[in-house]
Design a protein around this ligand. Structure first.
Ligand code: C2O
Ligand code: CU
Length: 457
């Protein structure tokens, strides 16, 4: 082949602008087995699977619009992949084995390379055998900074998780495919952690303003959170700014995979402030903030909305086509039958294969997409929960808006909770080309049937 002068010039230019990371190889994101203290003091360390040295894994913090390059290196005993949850990402980088890439086998690697269009709080997690791999610790924060920094004294990421540990050995119980969990609320644990530790303590000063980035990394637990001694606002959900910050009053829910960004002021009179989980039998502390001294800055008044992200404009959604997705099965509403591959199997046969749930009659990701959408088209999806359990429905590659009871549009989200017997509608602009999963983020439910997909072409 002949090199024309034009070719040579092009090559020369390209070489000079290659980012350092590409020449040196991407920074590794090593998935491996390690140990850390998850249980309270006095218990042994727990064997966990992590990205980098700890659970949560290496924090990835980048600027809005930046390119993220990471080489996943698999040193685990299982094949794996990474999904960048909530990022409106290039489809090839979405990390879904069997749909966007092959699972990365032990001893090999995969180069993730994508751009982050939106500022906000995101996370990354394993997407192969997720119900086991996420439970073992394969998740970490992905924080995309706004172009102008917020006026806060501290910016804290708090990743919440629900572990099921053997109460004597503090090791992870490996009953991941326990049929009772799969067919009920999913794998619920016996110890809640923040950033991988039980009841951690953070140092704050009186009058400080904090940004708290809460991420629910639990397999299945819907958290009901409250703050004791802090006042403030929810300013973003699932990474996306609220048009109007929502003043906190009482507890608020956070379903698996959801995020909430809070701006809070330390107003406590006492010495400790805490983040608590409100449960049937009382409130339990998740993390403590020890108050000492006072911040120099005077207590600020009010809060303004975060700068908005470049999301599409949702036009006349009332006229958009509605696609219904029925959430079926589980204990008390057992499947009569559902499709698995080519066959229609009875509920009993499905249960023997570990399938307890279905989406529109399919007990696994069907061959054909639930929705085939032209790029830029507007759709309504109605989730109709016919089961006796709540589900956290997540769409890949897109955010969508809730359609509220009065017909107005709610906040942008990537995961919504659909309560038992409830029907909830969303408005979606399918503007990101590719094959995208749509599934329940109670990871055991996804593994036992609640998995579908849509195609944007
Ligand atoms: Cu956070 Cu398909 O997942
Ligand atoms: Cu579910």
């Amino acid at each position: 082949m002949l090199f024309t002068r034009r070719h040579i010039l092009k090559t020369a230019v390209a070489a000079t602008i290659l980012p350092v990371a590409a020449r040196a190889g991407y920074p590794p994101l090593k998935a491996h087995v390690t140990r850390q203290r998850v249980a309270p003091q006095g218990f042994p360390d727990t064997t966990v699977w992590s990205y980098g040295d700890t659970v949560p894994g290496t924090a990835i913090r980048v600027d809005q619009g930046a390119r993220v390059q990471r080489k996943l290196v698999n040193d685990l005993p299982q094949a794996t992949s990474v999904h960048w949850h909530g990022i409106r990402i290039d489809n090839a980088m979405d990390g879904v084995p069997g749909l966007t890439q092959d699972a990365v086998v032990p001893g090999s690697s995969f180069d993730y390379d994508f751009v982050v269009p939106d500022a906000g709080t995101y996370w990354y997690h394993a997407h192969n055998r997720s119900m086991e791999q996420v439970a073992r610790g394969l998740y970490g924060p992905l924080i995309v900074a706004e172009a102008t920094a917020l006026d806060v004294d501290q910016d804290l990421v708090l990743m919440l998780d629900d572990w099921r540990l053997n109460p004597e050995t503090a090791q992870i119980m490996d009953d991941f495919d326990n049929g009772h969990d799969l067919s009920h609320a999913g794998r619920l644990g016996n110890i809640l952690t923040v950033n991988g530790s039980f009841d951690p303590v953070y140092a704050v000063r009186r009058n400080e303003r904090l940004r708290l980035r809460l991420v629910n990394a639990s397999n299945a637990r819907i958290l009901d959170l409250d703050l004791d001694g802090l006042v403030g606002w929810i300013v973003a959900l699932d990474g996306m700014p609220l048009e109007k910050p929502l003043e906190l009053s009482g507890s608020f829910p956070l379903a698996p995979a959801q995020r909430a960004d809070l701006i809070v002021d330390v107003t406590a009179e006492g010495d400790t402030v805490s983040l608590v989980s409100v449960e049937r039998d009382g409130s339990f502390g998740l993390a403590r903030f020890e108050v000492s001294g006072s911040a120099a800055k005077a207590h600020r008044q009010g809060v303004s909305a975060l700068p908005s992200n470049p999301l599409p404009e949702i036009g006349n959604f009332q006229e958009a086509q509605t696609h219904q997705m029925r959430l079926q099965g589980g204990a008390m509403r057992w499947l009569e039958s559902a499709r698995l591959g080519e066959a229609e199997l009875s509920g009993r046969e499905l249960a023997q294969l570990g399938k307890f749930w279905a989406l529109n009659g399919y007990a696994e990701r069907p061959e054909e997409p639930f929705l085939d959408a032209a790029v830029g088209s507007l759709h309504r999806i109605e989730f109709v929960n016919e089961s006796a359990f709540p589900h956290a429905m997540h769409l890949h590659g897109h955010h969508f808006r809730l359609i509220l009871g009065d017909g107005s549009l709610g906040p942008w989200r990537d995961t919504i909770l659909v309560g038992r017997g409830q029907a909830r509608q969303i408005a979606l602009i399918a503007d990101n080309p590719g094959n995208w999963l749509l599934h329940c983020h109670m990871l055991g439910h996804a593994a036992s049937g609640m998995m579908s997909w849509f195609r944007v072409f």
